[in-house]
Design a protein around this ligand. Structure first.
Ligand code: SF4
Length: 439
């Protein structure tokens, strides 16, 4: 496979059309950092986009972030604060498997972030781990540095061991359950916050069995579920398959409604659309922005070799992602990534509805689906989501529930008003919280 293309940055060259962010100061309110502190993994999950979807550039980078790269990473974030004045930085230790990083380096990175970044912004630290390497030393580090823990887990052994085997082809379910129990004990003792789970949906799995395992065996109360990334490259993926995933999302919704203490992120996100006030910018937020061009949230991937790139959730877009910029932090700043035409293309794709979605009732909510689920990546992401028919099922299910439970029809219509396309978070918002299952 070709390595990730390392290109020169010419955001203001003759070939680059002028864009607002080339001329105006840029402000990004919330930055999500996906820190590839380890670029290798101890599991070999066949669906993993980072290792098995055509981008083998990870093999060209160091297995772990070293001390010099850690220093560059923190300095780059400090410079970013100078340039873009973010209010929040969500920093996630990611991989590969981030717990393959030496604990001493994890400790160093946390300490530098707490010392140099936390005093200047609201800093949230998190780790997304496959949960096969938990030790008391690691739990002590999570506790000391206030790191939220997410565990990637696909349910009972019959599913987990097939979907998430070790690199030696062995089962991982016993290791992961042991880790989850260590984490839950630490949470009960008040040392860390309760861990969350992250599960890749599979329409061939019994979702009730998965939920039962996560909630009753694993003790999770905060759950997240992802649609598989492989669908947009699968010629056999059809509306029937999409409908099956729509039914799974409906089932998750019903479960969350039946148990108010259960938090399912994908349900919370869709409900949020019906809860927020739209088109009323926060005055304090506007004041801070001044004349700046504003992006409400943005994602940067920081690699083990102190390079940066766009959201790695876009790896399933294949050639498009491989041709996107990879910038070395000894030459460029984080803000340069957001000034690059490739990033402008992402923003444009989020703003422009795919033509096939023009008459859709749910477009203000759905926005054409995730970019990586739109098959025509190279044509500007102009196709709608391969999950479209399933998403429609899900949205109709949610709307019906809301109306049945007293949500005013007028409020529903307002939330789905096509004129509000662009969403509740502003026209330049790239959804955050896109932590995915390659840990
Ligand atoms: S539900 Fe389908 S048609 Fe509607 S906005 Fe989403 S992808 Fe487009």
């Amino acid at each position: 496979m070709p390595p990730t293309h390392r290109i020169a940055l010419h955001p203001r060259s003759h070939n680059t059309p002028a864009r607002p962010w080339d001329r105006l100061p840029l402000q990004i309110d919330e930055l999500t950092v996906i820190a590839k502190v380890s670029e290798r993994c101890n599991l070999a999950c066949p669906y993993c986009y980072y290792f098995f979807m055509g981008d083998e550039s990870f093999a060209t980078r160091p297995a772990q972030m070293n001390e010099a790269a850690i220093e560059q990473t923190v300095q780059a974030l400090s410079d970013f604060i100078d340039h873009c004045h973010p209010r929040v930085i969500d920093f996630t230790f990611h991989g590969g498997e981030p717990m393959l990083l030496k604990p001493s380096r994890f400790d160093l990175l946390c300490r530098l972030l707490r010392e140099r970044i936390a005093p200047r912004v609201k800093l949230n630290l998190g780790i997304q781990t496959n949960g096969a390497l938990m030790t008391e030393e690691w739990i002590g580090l999570f506790s000391r540095h206030g790191v939220n823990v997410g565990v990637s887990i696909d349910g009972p052994p019959v599913y987990q061991d097939k979907a998430r085997p070790t690199v030696q082809g062995k089962p991982s379910s016993g290791l992961v359950l042991d880790s989850v129990r260590q984490l839950q004990r630490a949470a009960e003792a008040g040392r860390i916050r309760p861990p969350g789970s992250l599960t890749v949906l599979d329409r061939t799995h019994d979702l009730d069995a998965v939920l039962d395992y996560l909630v009753h065996t694993g003790g999770f109360r905060s759950l997240s579920f992802l649609l598989p990334d492989s669908a947009s490259g699968d010629p056999d993926f059809d509306d029937a398959a999409a409908d099956a995933y729509g039914d799974l999302l409906c089932r998750l919704f019903d479960q969350a409604m039946a148990d108010p203490d259960l938090h399912i992120r994908e349900v919370a996100e869709v409900l949020k659309h019906f809860q927020v006030k739209r088109a009323v910018p926060d005055p304090a937020f506007q004041l801070r922005t001044g004349a700046a061009h504003l992006i409400t949230s943005a994602i940067v991937v920081m690699h083990s070799d102190a390079t940066i790139s766009v959201d790695d959730s876009l790896i399933p877009t294949g050639a498009w992602r491989r041709s996107s910029p990879v910038l070395a932090l000894d030459e460029y700043a984080i803000v340069d990534l957001f000034s690059h035409p490739a990033y402008g293309e992402i923003i444009q794709a989020m703003q422009d509805l795919p033509p096939a979605c023009a008459d859709c009732r749910w477009k203000a909510l759905c926005r054409g689906g995730r970019l990586e689920d739109r098959p025509q990546h190279r044509e500007g992401f102009r196709s709608r989501s391969v999950y479209c028919s399933g998403l429609k099922r899900f949205y109709a299910h949610v709307a019906a529930f809301l109306i049945e439970n007293g949500y005013p029809q007028s409020a529903l219509d307002a939330a789905l008003d096509p004129a509000l396309f662009g969403g509740s978070t502003g026209p330049d918002s790239i959804p955050s919280g896109r932590i995915k299952e390659n840990a």
